[in-house]
Ligand binder design. Structure first.
Ligand SMILES: NC(=O)C1=CN([C@@H]2O[C@H](COP(=O)(O)OP(=O)(O)OC[C@H]3O[C@@H](n4cnc5c(N)ncnc54)[C@H](O)[C@@H]3O)[C@@H](O)[C@H]2O)C=CC1
Ligand SMILES: N[C@@H](CC=O)C(=O)O
Ligand code: NA
Length: 436
């Protein structure tokens, strides 16, 4: 059992020294002894690359070879593993990963945007080169959900995978609810804490969660990564008022990503939803993420942990490095399962009846509600309850309705008609009530 490769150090080069890159350097240095013991050999950083060599990152770079060009580093540094922590689906990040794979080096990345757009092609490239392409940090930060789906749940046919996958959005929704602060100031705080993407619209508009869901769906159902099959809605239109009403009605608003086998296709969607307070996901707060899986043998499993930030993300990057140091080989994406005839392409959202929260902002005039009720009756949308606080004739007032199980298309038709009423002072807000 004396494998000469095992005793030599695993040599690592890191491209990108921002929140995650600097965090990874710190963890590899602070935990070096523990990591070497667990990995069976030292994991040693030999080279680094970032845009600005002089920036103070709180880590000493003097022991590493500096590359101005991360692609040259991927090609020429001689490292066993290139860790890509630059970010973005194109440009330097993509070139670094392609150069590394083509040079026969393993790749570890936290870049869900890159994998959601090019994962299938990059996986084929890695497999052709006989190297690993690992990305535990790309989904749900420090939660080992990639490993769980690929390895821990390997005996199961997965029926659904859903969760809170964006730490920034969850931090914003939680902090707005707890403190009453406004969206913009909480977002700035999430950026300062290192949670947000370089372009935070990726977080707010649900795109980052969609990237992550596309990867989970591929792993869970064995489909190619298909970002276009994910329907996406973000939290931009969730107001402090909706957050308050949700509380009064026994819900928390969460940005939920869900992937579910439906017949021979997959229903994959990201949207803000009302989560009932008795569901575990309602209590996942702040930067925490959670993933709930349903396997045919094991049943429900719940994974929870920090989804963003330097430490949790670096923890996942280092876990991948330890796997590589041990020589652990895994397929990059999901392994196809039977029964998925249109692997990865079939999204059929909206065809199942669901309950919805609808909030209108109306001019408080006699007869307004009768007009709304007429439209709902004509479109066969039935109301379960209605909530209106106080009355202030002539002013605007919010009216909240919970509607019974209704198909999304039917509700959309009714809402489109309601939106045209002259008494509506802003577009109606609609939030699905999750079945969890
Ligand atoms: N911040 C977080 O909590 C998490 C981030 N991620 C992912 O990790 C990756 C890195 O994210 P952060 O560290 O937050 O970003 P960041 O913006 O803090 O750091 C990016 C780094 O890349 C470097 N860089 C940019 N363009 C470059 C180029 N052309 N050549 C060389 N270096 C270049 C920058 O100088 C910087 O050091 C992204 O893919 C992100 O989506 C994943 C999970 C959590
Ligand atoms: N911006 C992302 C970072 C981790 O993936 C998030 O907020 O979850
Ligand atoms: Na993870």
């Amino acid at each position: 059992m004396n494998d000469p490769h095992k005793s030599a150090a695993l040599h690592v080069a890191i491209a990108g020294l921002g929140t995650v890159g600097a965090g990874t350097l710190r963890v590899l240095s602070d935990q070096a002894t523990l990591i070497a013991r667990r990995a069976g050999r030292p994991v040693v950083v030999t080279a680094v690359s970032a845009r600005d060599r002089t920036r103070d990152r709180g880590v000493d770079l003097s022991a590493y070879t500096w590359f101005d060009d991360p692609v040259a580093m991927a090609r020429d540094s001689g490292a066993d593993v290139i860790v890509e922590l630059i970010g973005g689906a194109e440009g330097a990040a993509r070139q670094v990963v392609e150069a590394a794979l083509d040079a026969g080096r393993h790749v570890v990345t936290a870049n869900k945007a890159l994998l959601a757009h090019h994962g299938t092609e990059l996986a084929a490239r890695a497999e052709r080169a006989g190297v690993g392409l690992l990305y535990e940090a790309a989904v749900a930060g420090g939660i080992p959900i990639i490993k769980a789906l690929r390895e821990g749940l390997a005996a199961n046919e997965i029926r659904s995978v859903q969760g809170i996958l964006n730490g920034t959005c969850n931090y914003i929704l939680t902090t707005m609810r707890e403190t009453g602060r406004d969206f913009e100031s909480v977002l700035s705080e999430a950026q300062a804490l290192g949670y947000a993407e370089a372009d935070p619209t990726f977080d707010i508009d649900g795109i980052d969660a969609a990237h992550k869901l596309a990867l989970l769906v591929s792993l869970a159902f064995g489909a190619p990564v298909d970002l276009a099959a994910v329907s996406v809605q973000g939290i931009r239109h969730v107001s402090a008022l909706d957050i308050r009403f949700a509380g009064e009605l026994g819900y928390r608003i969460k940005l939920l990503a869900s992937g579910e086998r439906l017949g021979d296709g997959i229903d994959a969607r990201v949207a803000p939803v009302m989560v009932p307070l008795d569901a575990p996901l309602a209590h996942v707060e702040g930067v925490y993420n959670a993933v709930v899986t349903e396997g045919d043998i094991v049943g429900r499993s719940v994974f929870q942990g920090r989804g963003a930030g330097a430490g949790p993300t670096a923890s996942a990057v280092v876990a991948d490095l330890v796997d590589l140091a041990r020589g652990h080989q895994v397929p990059v994406l999901g392994v196809p399962v039977e029964g998925l005839t249109q692997a990865g392409t079939a999204a059929t959202p909206g065809s199942r009846p669901e309950r919805y929260y609808v909030r209108l902002m109306v001019l408080d005039r006699p007869g307004v509600f009768a007009e709304v009720a007429d439209i709902l009756r004509e479109e066969r949308v039935s109301m379960e309850s209605i909530l209106q606080h106080g009355r202030d004739p002539g002013e605007c007032v919010p009216v909240v309705m919970i509607v019974h199980d209704t198909e999304e298309e039917v509700l959309k038709r009714a809402i489109a008609r309601i939106a045209t009423l002259s008494t509506m002072v802003e577009p109606p807000r609609v939030i699905r009530i999750a079945r969890l």
